[in-house]
Structure formats: structure tokens, C-alpha cells
Write a protein that binds this ligand. Structure first.
Ligand code: FAD
Length: 447
């Protein structure tokens, strides 16, 4: 059986939901949202962890307190969600070596400054195209403390090296979402404005869950979508909001295939993997209080259980620690058992806090890389990239429009990037629908 809508939206993450809301508010009521998983939210996802609501995807609202107001911060305020101010900048003063000694703050500050200076110099050489100098080995981090600082600088704080639009536009403050309802509550609030809900549940047949899109056939004036469970849906247009990792995988096939310029743009974009591992303990054994929320473990392997956070500010008494891994370390840990990961993490904690450190009672290891509906955590444009790369990523192919965090020129990688991208794509599509192409200007979408 088949049914026809004006617009099919593939994916109910923040970008898909914001695109749908924009279209609905502008008169395009017959949108159909097809979501592969059994929930909305995508990479915004709360999970219950031994009674503590933890965010295994996006955790922070980044970019607050600046000249413009971050739309996600506005949504958070409107919905009354609870947040905590986070300040990573003191992390560099809580760097432990393998014998549990904290590096003196002077030494840590010096190493940090050196790392920032060398990153800025590297960036300048890149800009003037001096590759010889860029690959020069003299300034490469070597010691555990240098490696740890290199990791926090490049995998977390790049803002100190080059201006990042999120911080220049919206401000430098970051707030951790710490709410029983989760970060995803913001998405339910957006959805509620255009979808029918009852007692906090979305009951609207324009949203279909557990619909894994496997095939997209497209012509000048329409698309036909086939899902894994054998259903076929037709529409005039399609908005594809799946992640760059999914676009790089073979989950969805296109007939005809996407043009070469599109495939090349998709292939070239880097996917970051970012993993927050949660550990719960019978009691607290780490220092708390001002300036102690974040701490660092310096190991001779870059990124080996480097970046730690305690959750006492977010949820006092929760006895939860979070350690963040990225890229290679994320993939390594995803492929091993959680017991093995627990053993490694406990070893690291005993290095830092001594042999009496109690065994964790629970562990949670999200697997964003192996999740076939994600294949990574977020997109990463090269530091020096021109507009063309984003243009090609977001340019439509016939009736297929692209959205998602990765199509945001200024805010890729962030929740607000996804949110604003959804609106941008909605606008572009609306324009196309209004101008009409050939036989498509009959305006039947506007009921
Ligand atoms: P998604 O949320 O991925 O939505 C796409 C949807 O498409 C998903 O629901 C998926 O299930 C669905 N889908 C995929 N394939 C198919 C298919 N074949 N058929 C149907 N549906 C399909 N951002 C911040 O601002 N602050 C942070 O602190 C932060 N931390 C992060 C930490 C982690 C671990 C991760 C993973 C991300 C983090 N981000 C953070 C990034 C932020 O979560 C994303 O940028 C944003 O949520 C992406 O939204 P999206 O709509 O583009 O994509």
C-alpha cells in the first residue's frame, strides 16, 4: 500500500522536528516524519542509570551569555528545564599523573600556554599553506602531561585557538542539562506545538516510529521511499536529516544514485566519535567543591581515560563519575565488553585515588559508532574549510533536501546547529514549493 504527502521528513532528531514544525507553521500540514528508532530525539537522549537521569548524547547547551541569544537556551528557559553552569577551564589544574600526584598548577599552566601557542602557530602555517612547518615534529606533545593537555585542547576546547561561531555569536558560557525529564524534553515541547499529544505522549499519525528508510527513489517531481518493513511512502519532496555517518554508510540507497559532487562532499566530511562512559559508586571518593568538577588523567597514551567529570553539581548524592573518550579510544571501547572497560577505568581511578578506591556498581557505555542509525557522534569540518564544502553538503538533489547538524555552516556539531539547520532547510523548501517548478506550482500543499 502507499500514501502520498507533500513532504516526507526522514529522522526525528532536533533538525527533523524543527523542520517539520517550521513547515507546519507555514501551512504545509501534511508532512510525514519517518523515524528509524522507537523514539524522537536522535542524538539527544536521556537514559536512566541506576536512578540517575544521564544524557548519553548531547549534554550541554553551549554558547550562552553573548550578544545574540542561543535559540536552544531560549527553549530551555521557556520549558523550565534545570541546568548547571559548567566551567572546564579549571580542569588543567587537576591533572593527575599515574602515581596519583597532581601536577603543580604553575607547571600545568605553562604546559597549557605552550600548547595553545603551538596550536595557534600551526593554524597560521596552515593558513599560509606552509605544510613543511605544520608537520614539524619539534612541538609535538610527548610527555603524559603534554599529551593530556593536547587532548583537552583539541578534543574539547578548540575555542582558545580559533574563534568558534557558537562562542563568538552566543557567548562563551556552557550549561549542563540536569533534569529528570532530560534534554529531550525540549524536543517534546517543540513537537507539542504542531503534533497532537496526550498526557505527554505524541499520538499523531504524521510521526511514524520504527520506520527504517532503506531506499529513496527520486524524480524531478517526487520521491518514493521504501522502509525496511516493506512499506512504501510517496511525496512531492523529501527532507533527509540522517547524520553524516549514516550518509556515509550503505543504510539508504538512492535511485538514481546521488551525483558525484554530493557523494564526494559526504565522503570528505569527518565524523567524530565522542563517548561519555558513566560509572556509579557506592560512595564518593573524589574531591568536590569549587574548581574540582573536571579532572584529568595523564597517561602516555593520548586520550586514554583522560577527561573526567563528577556529577555532584548536577545530581548531588548520585555518586556518578563520567569519563569521556573520543575517536580511536571510543571505537576501541565500543568493541570490547563493558566488564573490560570497567576494569580499565577502575585501574585508572586507582592510579589517581589509590588502591582503596571502591569498585563501581554500574557502568554505561554508549555505542554511537556502532549504532547503524548514527555511525558517530557529530560532524567535524576541517579547521580551514571553505564555504563550498558546506554548500555541497546541504545543496538539494532534485526533490531531496538535506538537513541536520552537518548542514549548519556556523554551528555544525551542536544541538542549536541542528535546530537552526531544520529551520533553514524548511525555509529553502518552502521557497521552492512557492515558486513551484513546472507542474508543481499548483499549491496543493497549502491546505
Ligand atoms: P540526529 O539527532 O542524529 O537525528 C537524525 C535522526 O534520524 C535520528 O533520530 C535517527 O534515528 C534517524 N535515522 C537515521 N537513519 C534513519 C533511517 N534510515 N530512516 C529513518 N530514520 C533514520 N551538541 C551540543 O550542542 N552540546 C553537547 O554537549 C553535545 N554533546 C554531544 C555528545 C554526544 C555523545 C553526541 C553523540 C552528540 C553531542 N552533541 C552535542 C551533538 C548534538 O547531539 C547533535 O548535533 C544533534 O543532536 C544532531 O541532531 P540532528 O537532527 O542533526 O541528528
Amino acid at each position: 500500500s502507499s500514501s502520498r504527502s507533500s513532504v516526507i521528513i526522514v529522522g526525528a532528531g532536533v533538525s527533523g522536528i524543527s523542520a517539520a514544525k517550521f513547515l507546519a507553521e507555514n501551512g504545509v500540514k501534511d508532512v510525514l516524519i519517518l523515524e528509524a528508532s522507537d523514539r524522537i530525539g536522535g542524538r539527544i537522549r536521556k537514559e536512566d542509570f541506576g536512578g540517575v537521569p544521564v544524557e548519553i548524547g548531547a549534554g550541554w547547551i553551549a554558547g550562552v551569555g553573548g550578544k545574540h541569544s542561543n535559540p536552544v537556551w531560549e527553549l530551555a528557559n521557556k520549558s523550565g528545564i534545570r541546568t548547571c553552569f559548567s566551567d572546564y577551564s579549571h580542569a588543567r589544574y587537576n591533572i593527575y599523573d599515574r602515581s596519583g600526584k597532581i601536577f603543580p598548577s604553575g607547571l600545568a599552566a605553562d604546559s597549557y600556554k605552550k600548547a595553545v601557542d603551538s596550536a595557534i602557530e600551526k593554524l597560521r602555517n596552515l593558513e599560509v599553506g606552509d605544510l613543511a612547518k605544520t608537520t614539524e615534529q619539534s612541538s609535538a606533545p610527548r610527555t603524559p602531561i603534554e599529551l593530556a593537555i593536547d587532548f583537552i585542547l583539541h578534543d574539547f576546547e578548540m575555542a582558545e585557538v580559533e574563534p568558534i561561531s557558537t562562542f563568538t555569536d552566543f557567548g562563551e558560557r556552557e550549561f549542563l542539562v540536569a533534569d529528570e525529564r532530560g534534554y529531550e524534553y525540549l524536543l517534546y515541547k517543540i513537537a507539542e506545538e504542531f503534533l497532537f499529544t496526550l498526557e505527554g505522549k505524541i499520538l499523531d499519525n504524521r510521526l511514524k516510529l520504527n520506520k527504517v528508510v532503506r531506499k529513496i527513489q527520486h524524480w524531478r517531481n517526487g520521491v518514493m521511499v521504501t522502509t525496511e518493513d516493506g512499506f512504501v511512502y510517496e511525496a512531492d519532496y523529501l527532507i533527509l536529516s540522517v547524520s553524516i555517518g549514516v550518509l556515509q554508510s550503505d543504510l539508504i540507497s538512492f535511485r538514481p544514485s546521488l551525483p558525484r559532487w554530493k557523494m564526494e562532499a559526504i565522503e570528505k566530511l569527518d565524523v567524530m566519535v565522542y563517548t561519555k562512559i558513566f560509572l556509579k559508586f557506592p560512595y564518593k571518593f573524589w574531591p568536590c567543591g569549587p574548581g574540582k568538577e573536571f579532572f584529568i588523567y595523564a597517561h602516555e597514551c593520548r586520550g586514554y581515560y583522560t577527561f573526567w567529570q563528577h556529577m555532584e553539581n548536577a545530581f548531588p548524592g548520585s555518586n556518578v563519575l563520567v569519563v569521556t573518550l573520543t575517536n580511536g579510544e571510543s571505537k576501541r571501547v565500543e568493541d570490547q565488553s563493558d566488564e573490560e572497560t570497567m576494569r580499565e577505568a577502575m585501574h585508572v581511578l586507582r592510579d589517581m585515588f589509590g588502591p582503596d578506591t571502591p569498585e563501581a556498581t554500574h557502568i554505561l557505555v554508549p555505542r554511537w559508532w556502532n549504532n547503524r542509525f548514527q555511525r558517530g557522534s557529530y560532524s567535524n569540518y576541517p579547521i580551514i574549510s571553505d564555504h563550498r564544502e558546506v554548500e555541497n553538503i546541504k545543496a538539494p538533489v532534485g526533490p531531496i533536501f538535506f538537513t541536520g547538524e552537518h548542514t549548519s555552516e556556523r554551528f555544525s556539531g551542536y544541538v542549536h546547529g541542528g535546530y537552526l539547520a531544520g529551520i533553514d532547510t524548511g525555509k529553502a523548501l518552502l521557497e521552492e514549493m512557492r515558486n513551484g517548478v513546472d507542474g508543481k506550482s499548483d499549491g496543493k500543499a497549502f491546505l
